[in-house]
Design a protein around this ligand. Sequence first.
Ligand code: ATP
Ligand code: MG
Length: 283
Amino acid sequence: MLKIAIQAKGRLNEECVSLLADAGIKASSGSRRLISQAKGFPMEILYLRDDDIPQAVAMGVADIGIVGQNEVAEKSLDVEEVMPLGFGACRISIAVPRDADYTGPGWLAGRRIATSYPVILRRWLDEQGVEAEIHEIAGSVEIAPAVGMADAIFDIVSSGGTLIQNGLREVEKVFPSEAVLISRPDLDEERRGELDTLCFRFKSILDSRGMKYVLMNIPESAVEAAVAILPAMKSPTLLPLTLEGWYSLHVVISEDHLWEKIRQLKEIGAEDILVLALENIIR
Ligand code: ATP
Ligand code: MG
């Protein structure tokens, strides 16, 4: 049986729980405990602080975990990144006071940088050949320049709103991150099999995200033009209607292209277009 560590509460918790639920793995309900037995899959779920997840997996307290790549890189422990999961996107960036005369990484030489990510920062500064003072702070890094504790910060950014609120300007995007599935490197064969099953389910869920199942009626004369407009996994499905000379065309389309494709399809004579949610794509 696999033990998975996920964040107990915070930005990653909800998406982790819903990804597991979509994969048919429901945490047994009841009061939030440190550990719970999953329903629908041989799995135990451990709820931890995100900082502790890489270590729990490296030590074998958990077999696998879901955590930000930022924490994986910062902890630099012996864990395998199995697959990115497409949520929790952010980056760790250097930011300086809005009106600082920042000219490039050399500007940081001899200056004080506040961060909760000293390992990733040290690595980047070394790559840049810059020597700076790293001040490790556990939280509220963004206020450090305003209170005179630092000249710059190295912190997580997603929309950039927090930086602006604190009079800061993002100047170097150093480390892009998203949530990843991690595993201890020494899984036995049985658990590796279970992990493969889990990855298969996650992949089919991620593949279907942002995709819609679209069906429409089209006259025979428009079939060729419709096929040219539509991308398809193999080729679109075409079913004859009982009405002579008409077909029902089924296809999976990315949400990004949906409305443009629908406009083109209407132009060539498609009617009664239905757009349906898609839960899984199993290849
Ligand atoms: P914990 O109590 O588990 O230690 P935390 O306060 O350290 O939680 P959260 O703020 O919940 O952590 O963030 C968890 C992860 O979410 C981050 O490590 C990062 O990978 C990701 N993330 C995505 N966007 C953001 C953001 N705007 N700010 C912070 N983290 C983000
Ligand atoms: Mg944390």
